[in-house]
Design a protein around this ligand. Structure first.
Ligand code: ADQ
Length: 464
C-alpha cells in the first residue's frame, strides 16, 4: 500500500494529534500513522519571503512527516484572508451579501496553490495517494497535474457546496469547478452538496453524471461520493464522564443554583446563527415568564478570522444583542446569557456538555457541525440532555433523535426549547439512543476509511 499524503490549509502540530485539538486532527493522523506519509500545508505563520521560500520545515513523528511552510504577508492577505475567507467562505454558506470579489485576491489564491503544489512535488513518491482538504485548496490538483503528477488525488469539502445560482456570483466559478474536476475523487458532507455539484456539471458545464456517481466534464473523468464526517462517540463519552466532577464543572453547577443550562459552542462566525439563537432565547424568556430566572444560556464563541471585516461586525452585533437581552431580563443574582469569547480545552467542553439539559446548535448553514455530534456523545445515557439542531446543519440528516428547528423562525426555536426543557426522561433517553446509534454507525473512522478506500480504488490514469 502506498503512503498517504494529507494536504490541508493548516497542519496540526504533532502535540495536537495526541488529542488536545479537535477529533479531526486525531482522525486524520490515525490514517497517516497506519499508512505512513506526509501532512503538508501552512504552518500558520506569516513570514518573510526568504523564510517562505526556504521551506518546508520538516518534523518527523514515527512514520509521519509534518511538512509546513510559512506564508508571506501578501500571500496571506490574498489567498487566506481574501479569496478563501472573504469570497469562498461566505458564498459557500449562502451569504453572497457578505462576499467580495477582487481579481488580485483570486490571482493570489491560484498563485499560492501553485506554489504549494510545487513545494509538495519534491516530497512525493510514485505510489503515494494524496488527500486534499477544503475550500482553500480547490485548484491544488490542477496545479499538481501541471507539475506532471499522475498520482491519485482526492478532495474533501468540509463546508457546503452551494446551488449553482449561488456560486454564479463568484465571477470565475467555472474555472473553480473545472479545477475540482482535476481531482480523481470529490467527497461531500451530504447528498444535498453532492447533488448541487452534479447539478452544476450537468446543467452548466455540459458534463454528464452516471447513476454510480461518475462524472465526465471538462475532458476529465472523476468520481464523487458522500462521506459524512463523524466523531469517536465512545471516547467522547468516556472523556465527558471522567471529567464531570472536576472543579470547573462544580463551579458552574454552583453558580447556576439549580437553574437549567442550555449550552452552545461555536467558532464566532456569521454562518453559525448566533444572533438568531440569542433572539430565540429572548423569545423563551418573553413568552414563558416561568423560565425567567430559571434557565441560563452559556454561549462559548472564540473569535476566528478577526482580521476579516465581516467577523468584526458579527462580533459587535453579538455583543450588542447579549447586552440588550441581559439588560432586559437580568436580576441581581441572574444573568440570562453568559457569553464567553474563549477557547476551552476539549475535555472541559465535553464535561460542560454533559452537565447541560439542552445543546442548542443552530447554524444558518454548516457542512456538518461536529459540535452537535460531540454534544450527543458527551451525554449521560441515564439522564441525557436534548439536542436542538438546525435543519441547515449537515448533521441534521443523521441525528433524527434531535428536535429539528429552522434558525430563521425565532418562535419555532423558542417552542423547541420549551419542549426540550420539559421533556420526560423516557423520551430524552429514547432520542439519545437514536442519536448515539447514528454516531456509532458512522464514526470518524468510517468517514476516513471509506474515503481512502474509494480513492485507492480509482484506477491510476482514469481521469485523463
Ligand atoms: P467548523 O466550522 O470549525 O468546521 P465544527 O464542525 O462545529 O465547525 O467544528 C468545530 C470544532 O472546534 C469542534 O470539534 C469543537 O469542539 C471545536 N470548538 C468549537 N468551539 C470551541 C471552543 N470555544 N474551544 C475549543 N474548541 C472549540 C468545519 C465546517 C463544519 C464541519 C467541520 C469538519 O464548517 O461544518 O463539520 O469543518 O468537517
Amino acid at each position: 500500500m502506498g503512503r498517504l499524503i494529507v494536504v490541508s490549509n493548516r497542519v496540526a502540530t504533532p502535540t495536537e494529534t495526541k488529542g488536545s485539538a479537535g477529533g479531526l486532527a486525531v482522525g486524520v493522523f490515525g490514517a497517516l500513522k497506519d499508512a505512513g506519509g506526509v501532512w503538508f500545508g501552512w504552518s500558520g505563520d506569516v513570514v518573510s519571503e526568504t523564510v517562505a521560500h526556504a521551506g518546508p520545515t520538516i518534523v518527523h513523528e514515527g512514520r509521519v512527516t509534518f511538512a509546513t511552510v510559512g506564508l508571506t504577508r501578501k500571500d496571506y492577505d490574498q489567498y487566506y484572508r481574501g479569496f478563501s475567507n472573504a469570497t469562498l467562505w461566505p458564498v459557500f454558506h449562502y451569504r453572497n451579501d457578505l462576499a467580495r470579489y477582487e481579481r488580485d485576491e483570486y490571482a493570489g489564491y491560484r498563485r499560492v496553490n501553485a506554489w504549494l503544489a510545487h513545494k509538495l512535488t519534491r516530497l512525493l513518491e510514485p505510489d503515494d495517494i494524496i488527500w486534499v482538504h477544503d475550500y482553500h485548496l480547490i485548484p491544488f490538483a490542477e496545479a499538481l497535474r501541471a507539475e506532471g503528477v499522475t498520482n491519485r488525488i482526492g478532495f474533501f469539502l468540509h463546508i457546503p457546496f452551494p446551488a449553482p445560482q449561488i456560486i454564479f456570483s463568484i465571477p470565475p466559478h467555472e474555472e473553480l469547478v473545472k479545477s475540482l474536476c482535476c481531482f480523481d475523487l470529490l467527497g461531500f458532507q451530504t447528498t444535498t452538496d453532492q447533488l448541487a455539484f452534479h447539478d452544476y456539471i450537468t446543467r452548466h458545464a455540459r458534463g454528464t453524471v452516471s447513476a454510480d456517481d461518475r462524472v465526465e466534464a471538462f475532458g476529465r473523468h472523476l468520481r464523487t461520493g458522500v462521506y459524512r464526517i463523524g466523531v469517536f462517540p465512545d471516547e467522547i463519552a468516556e472523556q465527558a464522564q471522567r471529567y464531570e466532577s472536576r472543579q470547573h464543572v462544580l463551579d458552574l453547577k454552583q453558580s447556576l443554583e439549580g437553574r437549567k443550562l442550555i449550552m452552545s459552542v461555536d467558532r464566532l462566525d456569521y454562518s453559525k446563527g448566533l444572533v438568531e439563537r440569542f433572539r430565540a432565547f429572548e423569545q423563551l424568556l418573553e413568552r414563558s415568564p416561568e423560565w425567567r430566572g430559571n434557565v441560563t444560556l452559556v454561549q462559548i464563541a472564540p473569535p476566528t478570522r478577526s482580521d476579516v471585516e465581516t467577523y468584526q461586525l458579527i462580533r459587535q452585533e453579538l455583543e450588542g444583542e447579549a447586552g440588550r437581552i441581559n439588560g432586559r431580563y437580568s436580576g441581581l443574582d441572574y444573568t440570562p446569557i453568559r457569553y464567553l469569547n474563549q477557547r476551552y480545552d476539549r475535555w472541559k467542553l465535553m464535561s460542560l456538555f454533559r452537565e447541560s439539559q439542552i445543546g442548542f446548535v443552530t447554524p444558518l448553514h454548516d457542512g456538518m457541525n461536529l459540535v452537535a455530534k460531540e454534544y450527543v456523545a458527551a451525554q449521560n445515557p441515564d439522564d441525557p440532555g436534548v439536542l436542538v439542531l438546525s435543519i441547515f446543519a449537515g448533521a441534521a440528516a443523521e441525528l433524527s433523535g434531535s428536535l429539528l428547528v429552522n434558525p430563521h423562525d425565532a418562535i419555532g426555536m423558542c417552542e423547541a426549547l420549551q419542549q426540550a426543557l420539559s421533556m420526560p426522561l423516557k423520551e430524552r433517553q429514547r432520542r439519545h439512543q437514536v442519536n448515539m446509534a447514528a454516531l456509532r454507525k458512522n464514526d470518524l473512522g468510517v468517514w476516513r476509511d471509506s474515503f481512502l478506500r474509494d480513492l485507492r480504488s480509482v484506477p491510476v490514469g482514469e481521469g485523463h
